[in-house]
Ligand binder design. Structure first.
Ligand code: 2HG
Ligand code: ZN
Length: 463
């Protein structure tokens, strides 16, 4: 290693796995945003908590910034290393450490994929219920760092509901054991919850004790076509009152167009501006009758224009693919993304204002809307038209995000619902959090990471 800082790291940790090849630097230096050119110093792949601690101590002494790294499926640039940072990948720390049937908990290393966590829970006849399309690639540590949400929040809540304990290496190298799996613990600040969603700015999650629950009851999946935007929340209110919802997701005709062009199977004929995929408990015939009755009522009211109910697991998966395949179908176009939320009650008014804003500001762009409408969370993906230069495109999108942030502020919403602030939204943090709150957040960061070596430049515009 020609870099003296890396030579010192190797001297201290002769067995640590380090990568410095150009291909590895590029692979580990970026996430799914693809907006920044990766330029890390090196990639470290520790195998133990002690190695993570030693790397953090080395980084403090050498003044090297660390980017904690999971599956790098993030959409806000939180795992991007573009300024000579050391990427600390948890990839090799990917084992189940313990299952406790009495506590119904699973203790895992942070580098396990979400899918592997699902499988481990299933292997014990239980469910880890947080779920979303990137399950096969994202890591549980990354999920915790962003308090990931996904497609089952309406039933099960966000990641923070399912973390009973955390082991974290703080920015000073200290190992913290937070909450230790307790259900009741009224002994002061809950630092575990502070760490969840902190985007690698306070500590590196190395292990997590996850709560598990009973498997979901048998369910059915329905795809609905809707005639207009107002119908979205009307159908939601009706279905939520009548059925036990597991998911309620929406997308537009523009999103459908892209998924169909990407191998999705058309399930409803004709042109409809909005679609909903919903999944609900269908334990017996009565539950199925209730679903059909709700559908009939929505039809009579003119809130839905068509619908299909999956007749098999394969068809259910095909309907889900229409929703879950959206991000992948757009990926090659490197969309500009917004991930916003308002309270459910504020959705109708916010949607109208947002639609007017986007139609006025992006008259000639393909704008793809979809998301977790039942949680008040909308994803907006803007596609760069051919012939528009990338810089000009981003500049226009940033201008619109400023306006969107002001709209969100009026409606009491958030500029990042579930993807995190990272690099992408840090200029807009002030639209969602007050100045005093941000100052306190920065103060907390100083306590956990006095030298500012953990993920600097993420979350806050200035450290
Ligand atoms: C989803 O809900 C993900 O599918 C990704 O949060 C959203 O690509 C996006 O904008
Ligand atoms: Zn989402």
């Amino acid at each position: 290693m020609s870099d003296p800082r890396l030579a010192e790291l190797i001297r201290r940790l002769p067995d640590v796995r380090l990568l410095t090849d150009a291909g590895d630097l590029e692979h580990y230096g970026r996430d799914w945003t693809r907006r920044w050119t990766p330029a890390p110093l090196a990639i470290a792949l520790p195998a133990t908590v002690e190695e993570v601690q030693a790397i953090v101590c080395w980084a403090n002494e050498q003044g090297v910034a660390i980017v904690p790294s999971g599956g790098r499926t993030g959409l806000s640039g939180g795992a991007v290393a573009a300024h000579g940072e050391l990427v600390l990948s948890l990839e090799r720390m990917n084992r189940v450490l313990d299952f406790n049937p009495v506590d119904r908990s699973l203790t895992v290393q942070a580098g396990m994929t979400l899918q592997a966590v699902h499988e481990a829970a299933r292997g014990h006849g239980l469910l880890y219920p947080v779920d979303f399309a990137a399950r096969g690639s994202c890591s549980i540590g990354g999920n915790i760092a962003t308090n990931a949400g996904g497609i089952r929040v309406i039933r099960y809540g966000n990641t923070r509901e399912w973390v009973a304990g955390l082991k974290v290496v703080a920015g000073n190298g200290e190992l913290l054991e937070l909450n230790r799996g307790l259900i009741k613990n009224s002994s002061g600040y809950d630092l575990r919850q502070l760490l969840i969603g902190s985007e690698g700015s306070l500590g590196i999650v190395v292990e997590a004790t996850l709560k598990l629950t009973d498997p979901a009851p048998p369910s059915q999946v329905m795809l609905l076509a809707l005639p207009d935007m107002d119908a979205l929340m009307q159908v939601f209110a009706l279905f939520r009152a009548r059925l036990a919802l597991q998911a309620f997701e929406f997308f537009t005709d523009v999103a459908l167009k892209h998924v169909l062009a990407h191998g999705g199977q058309r399930a409803i004929e004709g042109d409809h501006p909005y679609y909903v995929v919903t999944e609900f408990d269908a334990v017996d015939d009565r539950a199925q009758d209730a679903a059909l009755a709700a559908f009939e009522q929505a039809l009579e009211q003119g809130w839905v224009s068509d619908g299909v109910i999956a007749q098999s697991e394969a068809q259910a998966a095909a309907l889900w693919r229409l929703r879950e395949g959206i991000t992948e179908s757009l990926a090659a176009r490197q969309p500009y993304k917004n991930d916003v939320s308002v309270r459910i009650s504020a959705v109708p008014a916010f949607l109208h204002e947002m639609q007017a804003l986007l139609a006025g500001e992006y008259p000639q762009f393909d704008v793809v809307w979809f998301g977790h409408i039942g949680d008040g969370n909308l994803h907006i993906n803007v596609l760069r038209p051919e012939g528009v230069a990338n810089d000009a495109f981003i500049a226009q999108c940033e201008h619109v995000t400023k306006l969107l942030a002001a709209t969100l502020q009026r409606h009491g919403g958030s500029i990042s619902a579930e993807h995190g602030i990272g690099l992408v939204k840090r200029a807009y943090l002030g639209s969602t959090r007050g100045a005093a709150e941000i100052a306190l957040m920065q103060g907390v960061r100083k306590v956990f990471d006095p030298n500012g070596i953990l993920n600097p430049g993420k979350l806050f515009a200035a450290d």
